[in-house]
Design a protein around this ligand. Structure first.
Ligand code: SF4
Length: 321
């Protein structure tokens, strides 16, 4: 499959100014991250909160600007796009945010919210836009569409709100969607339905996803490949089957060990990393994971371990490999 989206050595640093952090400090949110996503693929980006997953997703869409590095879409460098080129690009690449309620305006009806991107991108004739909106609403399961079209966000259930956000992302017929923890705020009963819907929509619209999650169980369900992030860096990337059966990096192993197994007879090993994820303002030197790693050696605090291929298509950044 052809590469649809490519991130090349992306770096994002934020300057933090505060009374207690003086002089200015730098948050190393994304630290030299590279990957490719093939057309039709679902790449998972997984890790604890603060690992840089969401910032990476926003960099791909240029919702924020990289400090350095570049993003390619269909082989074209979009990092230097001006506002008009960017507007056209955003028809094709969309984002679904974690919290559907806060990403919907309380003053816009469902129909207005879903139709808004059609107005922004001047897609279709004005008279035909309602039909387009009703059609996408039916596809995401907002039925009866004519009835829900007139509702406002406060009148929707959590599952319906998430479907509205999906419909709004898909109404411009994108081919790439960054789904940023799309089920994290949903009730447990709704999560499986939304994941299944995302799979169905992928098949129907030929979509490619970057699926951002802290939950490896959902990554296992939806993704073809999974990248594990820790403090702004990718520490392991492999196909789903390879990662779940033969993880290499100690952090990936610890995350996998924490995935619950729906069988009360199975006891999980307790080799989880100790302590909190360190601050990205002053991350530990060398391998960022060394203060929490049960296998840390002297070399681990001295230099950054490179991503090395440990099997075809499987890379890990650890001195043990
Ligand atoms: Fe642990 Fe060292 Fe490997 Fe980092 S490089 S994960 S500290 S063994």
């Amino acid at each position: 499959m052809a590469t649809l989206v490519k991130a090349e050595r992306l770096v994002k640093e934020f300057r933090v100014k505060s009374a207690i952090l003086s002089p200015k400090k730098i948050v190393h949110a994304v630290d030299d991250v590279s990957f490719e996503i093939a057309e039709g693929e679902v790449l998972g980006l997984a890790g604890e909160s603060g690992s840089g997953k969401s910032t990476t997703g926003r960099l791909l869409l240029r919702l924020i600007e990289p400090t350095s590095g570049r993003v390619e879409y269909r082989g074209t460098d979009v990092t230097a796009f001006g506002s008009e080129e960017l507007r056209r690009l955003r028809q094709k690449i969309q984002i679904v945010f974690q919290d559907p309620v806060s990403s919907l305006s309380p003053r816009m009806s469902v129909g207005q919210a879903i139709g808004h991107p059609l107005e922004i991108h001047r897609l279709g004739a004005k008279e035909s836009r309602k039909e387009t909106v009703l059609s996408i609403m039916e596809k995401v399961g907002l039925s009866p569409a004519e009835y829900i079209y007139r509702k406002y966000p406060h009148q929707l259930s959590g599952g319906q709100s998430q479907r509205v956000v999906l419909a709004r992302a898909l109404v411009t017929r994108p081919d790439f969607v960054v789904a940023d923890e799309p089920i994290a705020m949903a009730d447990v009963s709704v999560r499986a339905l939304i994941l299944r819907l995302m799979q169905d929509l992928k098949a129907e619209f030929g979509l490619t996803y970057l699926f951002i999650t802290h939950d490896l169980a959902t990554a296992k369900y939806l993704c073809d490949r999974v990248a594990i992030m820790y403090l702004g860096r990718i520490v392991e990337l492999a196909s789903r089957d390879e990662l779940f059966s033969k993880p290499h990096h100690p952090y990936a192993k610890a995350l996998l060990a924490a995935v619950p197994i729906p069988d009360p007879r199975v006891r999980k090993p307790k080799n989880l990393p100790t302590g909190e994820i360190p601050s990205a303002i002053d991350p530990p030197g060398g391998c960022h994971f060394h203060p929490r790693c049960p296998h840390a050696m002297k070399v681990c605090s001295e230099g950054r371990p490179p991503l090395r291929e440990v099997a075809p298509g499987h890379v890990s950044a650890c001195y043990l490999d």
